[in-house]
Design a protein around this ligand. Structure first.
Ligand code: NAD
Ligand code: 6OD
Length: 492
């Protein structure tokens, strides 16, 4: 990612069979902070996607295909080392693409990139497989399962946590011996391009990791997901896009793993540590500009503490000041693009039209400097709407939450579960029994109690309903990224 003529946006290229390649067309990537053009990006056409898939297939038949678990784990550890060596470059790329605060990129996004490779190096190398001895009429038979790669895996990811979400899939895919073609979001080409450099420097064999840039429909995303040479598709993004990809996957009866949207509930009980609940809800609603699939957009608060909680949350939200991403003290960030800002501001207008009371926010901050060209919106706290409103049902994916009161646990669980989605729920309570009842009673792939976005990479991660298909994490990732062959040997 160097060597551009001064004043020209840098050209980011795809990476196929161990080399960087540019296609015919390019598109531009604008800064969410100022709107200025940062990069020109080579858009992969259909023939480049063909080349990427062919390179991945060839790699499976080369030395990579003969490397055992331990050998692959060593490669993954080298990738993690190299990611750590390029730490500052990756932080710079991630901040440029997204406008996120440098402190967050340093403590969450980039470290998780390396952690994903280290974790799956261990998980894959130490995963057991089943074996059974079977009594037969003449003696015994031994059954045991062998894990094999699925083959060529297509990885399509969004823009909100670009490196974290990409490596969360690349690491287990490679740990299981697959070769991958990745398609990052058109909004975040930079860290994926650096990841290609990292792969090469870490000695990942040519063709094992391939990168194509572009958009979804009628572009690299669609070409890749309907490609007959792809064996499995893992996708993170909007539920609607997941449905489109599922149709494409149906033709080849391909395995899919989908991590999709959310409309996550937070439940604040009157017995909670209210300081922790307020601080935790500030994090869960406004981290990354509210652009985390796990963010809490619906908060239900038990009636005796509703007014105090609402006042304190609104005050904290209003106090989340915007600095430049490079300021160490900055926590807030812009939305990813002008287009996404139009969508989120449309949701703020819709909420008002539906009768919401705006406790804080609801508009656009002004700076009097270049950031006025960026995609900033104010952190917003709403109240006053019923559960059937679009504001309470549709994912907004911005720094916004709606507060509503409840009276008892049963009502709280019912309100939380009244959703087309089922990704995450967060519960604030001091009652241990209630904490466990919440785990059992809430229809979500993840239930956090007195915390939010605390991740152990060995645990199952994914969503119910429109929030996804399947689970990744720990051995659940191995189940998606490998096929099992049962071998049955007659021992008589
Ligand atoms: P998106 O669905 O618009 O795009 C995601 C990726 O899919 C991008 O790379 C895009 O180019 C590609 N794409 C779009 N249309 C396609 C098509 N027809 N065929 C193939 N590829 C296509 O999502 P986004 O706006 O980038 O991300 C925000 C969404 O992602 C939110 O809904 C959020 O909840 C969700 N998300 C979910 C998780 C999770 O773990 N469940 C994590 C992060 C984000
Ligand atoms: O932490 C993870 O592994 C993960 N997949 C997080 C998803 C965040 C969504 O925006």
């Amino acid at each position: 990612m160097a060597g551009r003529p001064v004043g020209e946006p840098e050209l980011l290229r795809g990476f196929i069979d161990g080399g960087f390649v540019a296609g015919g067309k390019t598109f531009t990537k604008a800064s969410p902070v100022t709107g200025e053009i940062l990069f020109e990006v080579a858009e992969a056409d259909e023939s480049m996607v063909d080349d990427a898939v062919a390179a991945a297939r060839a790699a499976l038949n080369g030395p990579w295909g003969r490397l055992g678990e331990a050998g692959r784990a060593a490669v993954l550890r080298r990738v993690a080392d190299e990611l750590e060596r390029r730490f500052d470059d990756l932080v710079t790329a991630e901040v440029a693409d997204t406008g996120k605060a440098i402190s967050q990129a340093r403590t969450l996004d980039v470290p998780r990139g390396a952690a994903n490779f280290r974790a799956f190096a261990e998980i894959a190398a130490s995963a057991p497989t089943e074996s059974f001895t079977t009594v037969t009429p003449t003696g015994r038979a031994l059954n045991y399962a062998l894990r094999k790669p699925v083959g060529v895996v297509a990885i399509v990811v969004p823009w909100n946590l670009p490196l974290l979400l990409l490596t969360w899939k690349v690491a287990p895919a490679l740990a299981c011996g697959n070769a991958v073609v990745v398609k990052p979001s058109e909004e975040t080409p930079a860290s994926a391009t650096l990841l290609a450099e990292v792969m090469a420097a870490a000695g990942v064999p040519d063709g094992v990791f391939n990168l194509v840039h572009g958009f979804g429909p009628d572009s690299a995303g669609e070409f890749l997901t309907r490609h007959p040479g792809v064996d499995a598709i893992t996708f993170t993004g909007e539920s609607r896009t997941g449905a489109t990809i599922m149709r494409a996957a149906a033709d080849g009866v391909k395995a899919v793993s989908f991590e999709l949207g959310g409309k996550n509930a937070g439940l604040v009980f009157a017995d909670a540590d209210l300081d922790a609940a307020v601080a935790g809800s500030v994090r869960s609603s406004f981290t990354n500009g509210g652009q985390v699939c796990l963010c809490t957009e619906r908060i239900y608060v038990q009636r005796p503490v509703f007014d105090e909680f609402a006042e304190r949350l609104a005050e904290r939200a209003a106090g989340l000041t915007f600095g430049w991403p490079s300021d160490e003290a900055t926590v807030n960030m812009p939305l990813i693009s002008a287009e996404h800002r139009r969508k989120v501001l449309g949701c703020y207008d819709l909420a008002r039209a539906e009768g919401a009371t705006v406790l804080t926010g609801g508009g656009v901050p002004t700076f009097g400097d270049a950031r006025d060209g960026g995609a900033y919106v104010q952190p917003t706290v709403l109240t006053g709407l019923g559960p059937a409103t679009r504001t309470n049902r549709e994912e907004i994916f911005g720094p916004v939450c709606h507060l509503a009161p409840f009276d008892d646990e049963q009502e709280a669980f019912a309100l939380a579960n009244d959703s087309d989605y089922g990704l995450a729920a967060t519960v604030w309570t001091r009652d241990v029994g209630r904490a466990h009842r919440a785990g059992a009673g809430l229809a979500a792939g993840i239930v956090w109690v007195n915390t939010w976005f605390l991740r152990d990479l060995r645990t199952p991660f994914g969503g119910m309903r429109a929030s996804g298909i399947g689970r990744e994490g720990g051995t659940h990732s191995l189940d998606f990224y490998s096929e099992l062959t049962n071998v049955c040997v007659d021992l008589t």
